[in-house]
Design a protein around this ligand. Structure first.
Ligand code: AMO
Length: 430
């Protein structure tokens, strides 16, 4: 029975391992292989005079990154990784790798990101890359656990839709029989309709599609959104939930992902402290304006340079609240005391925005007016608006970008490092 190499110890005695040949060193009478599986690396030492003839025959044709199955005795040895080595009794070449490799898995030859993404299956064999995705997996598992523990229902909503959610310009049109259709930008409208269905607390983790034209280090054309919607809640309730989730995710990674963090050479992994400061939009643009050559005008969006300036001042996660109603989507609820500002928020990491959310408008007439005031036609939103006529509870929610979350958590320089097969302006394969 095959066991993961990380479980092979000097006490194991005889063991069988399977994995990829990470490195080969042939010193004549002695051949060393490093064999790697998802769990780690083990040294396999072949003293040519002491191993069976069948082993010698089988190692002749083994190239790097071939898949092998080896069984043998395990011995303690100081110099090898993990303080042990295996001396093979059987050696099977399961799948020979072609040479040369399009990408060096042992990272001796550096490769740029494009080359790595072209051969992502090989790139993902590198322990650093495996570590990013094992941490991402832990994060996603913890999101599910956190929300299930709080009574959320998991939902899946259509990705092929008839209308824009977040605004018309960033839509991908698709051919859908004789109709015009689009890839969905956000589950927003469906989350809200399900509040009308009485589901009360829902979450969805799924793809969102944005036809952003610009190739940046923090935008993807297909991203993963962690979306939440909660009835009988306001913006402060869901900000508290989001903050609690972020702290929980960092805490879980700190506790469970030590090896992966070490592989990524992250030594000072800090769990953010709550409460996160809450800056009013007005204060945020004042901070940004103090650092920028051109001040931000009230009503301007907070762009990349401003985000960076505010982040440097804040040095921690923070919320921006009380946004001007005119620059947030129609579904954000205006404040009672001053309808020019609304109950929308952004959660910011010092490097960038991670999440947007709001308390939503739940009154049909106000929602129709707000849709029209954004220059949109309410008739196109009939399927969404109708549930607001038949008993819609007050509700609030947010969408959190999974790739940005992982990118900022692990201090990755490009969002493409946080997704297996990124989609951007120039990349549609693999
Ligand atoms: P928003 O459009 O701000 O809000 O998106 C929410 C979060 O999703 C992530 N995100 C992206 N990540 C990578 N590349 C992109 N092109 C991209 N676009 C968005 C970001 C962002 O903060 N319906 C609202 C959410 C809500 O109010 O519930 C929405 O979609 O991390």
């Amino acid at each position: 029975m095959r066991i993961p190499v990380s479980e092979v110890t000097p006490e194991t005695g005889r063991a069988e391992i399977c994995g990829w040949v990470h490195e080969v060193r042939d010193l004549g009478g002695l051949v060393f292989y490093l064999v790697r599986d998802r769990s780690g690396i083990i040294q396999v030492t072949i003293p040519k005079k002491k191993v069976p003839q069948s082993v010698l025959e089988n190692i002749r044709d083994v190239s790097r990154e071939s898949v092998v199955r080896i069984s043998g005795q395990v011995k303690a040895i100081d110099k090898a990784p993990g303080g042990r080595e295996m001396i093979p009794e059987t050696f099977e070449l399961i799948s020979r790798s072609t040479s040369p490799l399009p990408l060096d898995v042992v990272e001796k030859v550096p490769a740029d990101l494009d080359t790595r993404l072209d051969s992502r299956f090989l790139d993902a064999r590198r322990p650093r890359v495996t570590s990013v995705f094992s941490i991402r997996s832990t994060v996603m598992r913890t999101v599910h656990e956190f929300l299930f523990q709080r009574g959320f229902l998991h939902i899946s909503t259509p990705k092929v839709v008839a209308a824009a959610t977040e605004g018309g310009t960033e839509l991908f049109p698709i051919a859908y029989f004789e109709k015009e259709a689009f890839l969905n930008q956000s589950p927003q409208l469906y989350k809200q309709m399900l509040m009308g269905a009485g589901f009360e607390k829902v979450f969805e983790i799924g793809p969102i599609f944005r036809a952003e034209e610009h190739n940046t280090t923090k935008h993807l054309n297909e991203a993963t959104s962690i979306d939440v919607e909660v009835s009988f809640s306001d913006q402060n309730d869901v900000m508290d939930l989001l903050e609690e989730l972020i702290v929980k995710l960092y805490g879980t990674v700190a506790g469970e992902c030590q090896n992966a963090l070490e592989n990524l050479e992250i030594k000072d992994f800090e769990v953010p402290k709550s409460p996160f400061p809450r800056l009013a939009y007005r204060e945020a643009i004042e901070i940004a304006s103090a650092h920028l050559d051109e001040p931000i005008q009230y009503g301007d969006d907070i762009g990349t340079a401003a985000e960076k300036a505010i982040g440097e001042e804040m040095q921690q996660h923070y919320f921006i609240v009380d946004w001007p109603t005119e620059i947030k989507p129609y579904y954000a609820m205006p404040h009672d005391h001053d309808p020019t500002i609304c109950k929308a928020f952004d959660l910011m990491h010092p490097r960038m925005e991670l999440s947007s959310g709001s308390q939503r408008v739940h009154q049909h007439d106000l929602l129709v007016r707000q849709i029209a005031s954004k220059g949109l036609n309410p008739d196109n939103f009939e399927f969404y608006l109708t549930p607001f006529l038949y008993g819609m509870p007050p509700h609030a929610g947010w969408g959190l970008g999974a790739e940005r979350l992982v990118m900022t958590m692990l201090d990755l320089s490009n969002i493409r490092e946080a997704i297996l097969f990124p989609r951007d302006r120039h990349r549609l394969v693999p």
